[in-house]
Design a protein around this ligand. Sequence first.
Ligand code: SAH
Length: 228
Amino acid sequence: MGSGPLGDHRFTGYRRRLIEEVRGRGIDDLEILQLFDQVPRHLFMPEGVWNRAYEDAPIPIGYHQTASQPSLQALFLSILKPRETERVLEIGTGSGFLTALLAGMAERVYSVERIRELSARARKALDDLGIMNVALLVGDGTIGWRKYAPYDVIVVSAASPSIPKAYVDQLADPGRMLIPIGSKDAQDLILVEKVGFAVTQQPVKAGCTFVPLLGRFAWKEEVPGGGE
Ligand code: SAH
């Protein structure tokens, strides 16, 4: 992963502090902590919030959306641990920061976002960093992305009232998925595992608050276009 001219040293201290915070929350996986060190999070944020890019907090990224809290993203990675031979489906590209981290671990990441401008900004940040193993799609991610299924790992970064059927269908066997399930105000993070045709679910973290998954098979809202 190249850092190029964008490896901005002004942020190195903040980045180190964030890594300490993530570690303080119990994530001690070196591969994950190293990724936090290598991927400059501010480049995935609008310039107006660069000064907050290394806080361990959700950050507004425009269009009524937020980038998820870094320690929560680290938790996602530590539970799912995508391997370098595996393919990942991400729903809710948002800033693209988690996309970049996933791309550092997996063979290839397929990421769907319903807001075109966010997808475009994520594309630019990924391109600027020379991260090549990511395919982005603009559309309704509640139908997954059938074209490249099945996926070894599925990561859903927006909250849903239930598990959209397409995700279970598009999950490889064996495969694993994390998705926040609940009301619009509070959700439990659910780990779904498929092994030998059996699908199991277990809560791994209670009381999360993600932005809603809006689309045909979650909370309804007219969305432009659709997945393939
Ligand atoms: N991991 C991202 C999370 C962004 S918030 C980050 O840290 O930046 C969740 C994202 O899901 C938002 O950008 C929102 O627009 C997107 N989203 C909501 N419903 C969606 C849908 N049906 N399909 C694709 N993306 C969706």
